[in-house]
Design a protein around this ligand. Structure first.
Ligand code: NAI
Length: 332
């Protein structure tokens, strides 16, 4: 029987993973806290770990896992910027992820954020509950006829771009590895990043966080965006320089911002901090803007995505003995 130390566990993780587990061959050991080098001692006795986006598997943490006898790191997410893959490889640790569980979940949340922000549905909801039926301050714009720039046209970016096309918007795309056939089929035009930023009324980020893409949106690139444009980020927080974002909002350069991710989300998102004094001054500032909408990394959270995440992760854990992992899931 393989014991898997499972970190940053939430109620829905237990529910979906217990359902997917092969009870006879896998034993889950659920921990509520995150895996970092400080908590790695808790892995004792486990042969594998199952981790999520805010667990921090740096070289030190990976060394500790290896020393404790862990041989497999199973990421139950698509992004893997929180794992030092070079260190994992050097230690001979196998790392797997779930590359595509539901691009629809993330793309649909992206569009949901845009519609909510633009049409001020979150504000209207609160007003109506207070019997305030005034419409002042709730003016939005038609998406029809506008230009949406999609940065990153992988699995999620493509679904998002196709949904945006459904609103009869012009969709511009930027990706260093473009997919011209797909773009041609859907009436989407590739362009370079500068042209996309200059022409788009809405910019939506769907690229991974890498050393090259860190702070892709910064003071300089905000300056190249169309004045009053909206920015949607459901990818990774560090794609956006938060200090520059706040400055761009304060001077009105950006018309609105919707975030599902935040560069300092680690240790904050996924937890209930209500009743506590928020120590993060930039997040506090962002929450004061009427034209900022934030969700706490929930774009993936659909029944379909959770079912698929649990299925693929469990299947890979069962296959660890043979090394015959599901196609496209192995990172190291
Ligand atoms: P993918 O790997 O299918 O596509 C990523 C695309 O980005 C690729 O086509 C790649 O060529 C492109 N790309 C790489 N560097 C780029 C750059 N500098 N500029 C423009 N494009 C670039 O990934 P997928 O599945 O579409 O996911 C995208 C991102 O969404 C993930 O990396 C992850 O960070 C994020 N994500 C967020 C979730 C959430 O719940 N908020 C859930 C799942 C993923």
């Amino acid at each position: 029987m393989t014991t898997i130390a499972f970190y940053d566990t939430k109620v829905y993780d237990r529910q979906y993973f217990e359902r997917a587990a092969d009870a006879g061959r896998l034993r889950w050991r659920f921990h509520d806290f995150r895996l970092t080098s400080e908590t790695a001692a808790s892995v004792a006795g486990a042969q594998a770990v199952c981790v999520f986006v805010n667990d921090r598997l740096d070289a030190l943490c990976l060394q500790q896992l290896h020393q404790a006898g862990v041989r497999l790191v199973a990421l139950r997410c698509a992004g893997f910027n929180n794992v030092d893959l070079t260190a994992a490889q050097a230690l001979g640790l196998t790392v797997t992820r779930v590359p595509a569980y539901s691009p629809h979940a993330v793309a649909e949340h992206t569009v949901g954020l845009l519609l909510t922000l633009n049409r001020k549905i979150h504000r209207a909801y609160n007003r109506v509950r207070e019997h305030n039926f005034s419409l002042s301050g709730l003016v939005g714009f038609d998406l029809y006829g506008k230009t949406v720039g999609v940065v990153g046209t992988g699995k999620i970016g493509r679904v998002a771009a196709q949904i945006f096309r459904g609103f009869n918007t012009t969709v511009l795309a930027y990706d260093p590895a473009p997919a011209p056939d797909w773009a041609g089929q859907h009436g989407i035009r590739y362009t370079d990043l500068d042209a996309l930023l200059a022409a788009s009324d809405v910019v939506s980020l769907h690229l991974p966080l890498t050393p090259q893409s860190r702070y892709l949106l910064n003071a300089e690139t905000f300056g190249r965006m169309k004045p009053g444009a909206y920015l949607i980020n459901t990818s990774r927080g560090k794609l956006v320089d938060t200090t520059a974002l706040i400055a761009a909002l304060k001077c009105g350069r950006l018309g609105g911002v919707a975030l599902d991710v935040y560069e300092e989300e680690e240790g904050l998102f996924f937890e209930d901090h209500s009743g506590e004094v928020l120590q993060d001054d930039e997040l506090s500032r962002l929450l004061t803007f009427p034209n900022v909408l934030i969700t706490a990394h929930q774009a993936f959270l659909t029944r379909e995505a959770l079912t698929e995440i649990a299925r693929v992760t469990t299947e890979n854990l069962l296959r660890a003995a043979t090394g015959d992992f599901l196609t496209g899931t192995r990172l190291a």
